[in-house]
Design a protein around this ligand. Structure first.
Ligand SMILES: Cc1cc2nc3c(=O)[nH]c(=O)nc-3n(C[C@H](O)[C@H](O)[C@H](O)COP(=O)(O)OP(=O)(O)OC[C@H]3O[C@@H](n4cnc5c(N)ncnc54)[C@H](O)[C@@H]3O)c2cc1C
Length: 301
């Protein structure tokens, strides 16, 4: 089994930034990831990453990836199912193979929260979507609704308004208290978007695809698509056999060097307990984690 100094789990902003630093420290590094670019790659428009006034999330992550490829850090697209501690090393078990390494940077991000209503599973890919960037173009001249009230929900609604004839935002709170004022202003200006506050989706209804939704109040709303943007939970299942310290909500607790309570295990990005979950902060934490790994390996030599 080939042995690495460092395995990075996740190829989102945190993992790819860690890889850039690790490569420059000449660490023998491998990236294992389920997907390229993570959540950032599905962001419709990124307007707050320094150096770009506006860029599509996918295009930005392609640039992260290109740099990592130029630095010759290998990436294997595979899901890590389990991580075990063996003496002073780690055994990383993926769906297809096992790997050995001295240190790990865990940058697995978060996964989308399901709405858990009737019809959600049945119509997945037939009107139900968790990714407006991926699916908006299928709803040209159709009616869609976005469920949620965060920045992700508002940007999804704005993107959908470029294609759909009508976009409803359904949000259970009385205002968009969690969103950036700049996005709220754009949503309020867009004539195709209608917001329904203090409401929830109770059921998604249709025959072969979504035709309407029933709201908690009992009201029926005709729609061809339901875009679910109600947040995410940290993706830490593969760490279950290690006793990693987490918050009650499941976010990994790290120190200022991105170190977890498990020797040799570092974490960065959306998966950790942090105040601001953004591309720029994930990238920064990834860089700090790689620096800490480098320092620790040097001390151990
Ligand atoms: C719709 C939307 C719009 C957004 N817009 C912006 C924006 O405009 N500006 C901004 O700064 N931020 C934005 N964000 C937030 C930003 O995308 C995240 O903060 C950022 O992507 C976090 O980076 P990360 O590397 O921690 O995690 P992620 O980007 O989620 O990457 C995690 C990676 O880990 C992989 N992974 C997970 N588990 C495993 C496993 N077991 N094995 C292997 N691989 C695994 C995943 O496949 C993924 O590739 C947006 C998010 C969404 C959803």
């Amino acid at each position: 089994m080939e042995k690495y100094d460092l395995i990075i789990i996740g190829a989102g902003p945190a993992g790819l930034s860690a890889a850039v630093y690790a490569a420059r420290y000449k660490l023998k590094t491998l990236i294992l990831s389920k997907s390229m670019g993570g959540m950032a790659a599905v962001a419709h428009k990124v307007c707050n990453f320094p150096s770009y006034t506006e860029i599509k999330g996918f295009d930005l992550m392609q640039k992260f990836l290109k740099q990592v490829e130029e630095l010759k850090v290998p990436i294997i697209y595979d899901e890590t199912v389990k991580i075990e501690r063996t003496k002073n090393e780690f055994l990383v078990i993926t769906k297809n193979k096992k790997y050995n390494c001295k240190k790990i940077i865990f940058a697995g991000g978060c996964e989308r929260i399901r709405l858990k209503v009737n019809g959600e599973g049945k119509f997945l890919g037939k009107g139900v979507s968790y990714c407006a960037t991926c699916d908006a173009a299928f709803f040209r001249n159709k009616i869609v609704c976005v469920v949620g009230g965060s920045d992700a929900a508002l940007t999804a609604a704005l993107l959908l308004s470029e294609y759909a004839s009508k976009v409803y935002i359904i949000y259970r709170k009385e205002n968009f208290f969690r969103s950036e004022p700049a996005w709220i202003e754009l949503v309020e200006k867009e004539k195709k978007i209608e917001t329904i506050f203090n409401e929830e989706v109770a059921e998604i209804i249709g025959k072969n695809s979504v035709e309407e939704i029933r709201l908690k109040s009992g009201k029926l709303l005709k729609t061809n698509g339901v875009f679910i943007e109600i947040g995410s939970v940290p993706e830490t299942k593969s760490l279950d056999s290690l006793k990693v310290k987490k918050t009650d909500a499941g976010y990994i607790i790290t120190d200022k060097n991105q170190k977890t309570n498990i020797a040799g295990l570092y974490a960065a990005g959306d998966v950790i307990d942090s105040q601001l979950k953004q591309i720029v902060t994930a990238a920064s934490q990834g860089a700090v984690a790689a620096y800490s790994v480098y320092q620790e390996l040097k001390r151990e030599e």
